[in-house]
Design a protein around this ligand. Sequence first.
Ligand SMILES: [Zn+2]
Length: 135
Amino acid sequence: MVCYTCGGDTAVLNSRPQKRSNQVWRRRQCVLCDTVYTTTESIDYAKSLLVQTTTKKRLLPFSRDRLLLSLYKSLGHRPTALSDAGGLCATIIAKLAPTAENNVINTRRIAETALVALNRFDKLAAQHYQAFHKL
Ligand SMILES: [Zn+2]
């Protein structure tokens, strides 16, 4: 990775695996200008998983943003909706990804997994989600 201010090479000062989010956090420093910055390495699900729609049987790249947005809408009554949606999104993806067959998951499984997680977290949000996702 090159420095974002001068384009010079960088050295890793510190590296920590984040088991819960399945990411690697790194603190880097530019060898030319000494700028220090942080990087996060994580799985690119949009390039790793495909979603099969139940109605038209089309294959689309998995969208974390789409899942996050649907959770956020269902959690809208909570002042912590955005951070709650982010945490639930990571939990749901961690449960979904291992169930993919040949890197494909279907929309029904996504909705079912999201509903189970929402039911444990916030019943009102689960009801809202269910109203917009037919199972
Ligand atoms: Zn630099």
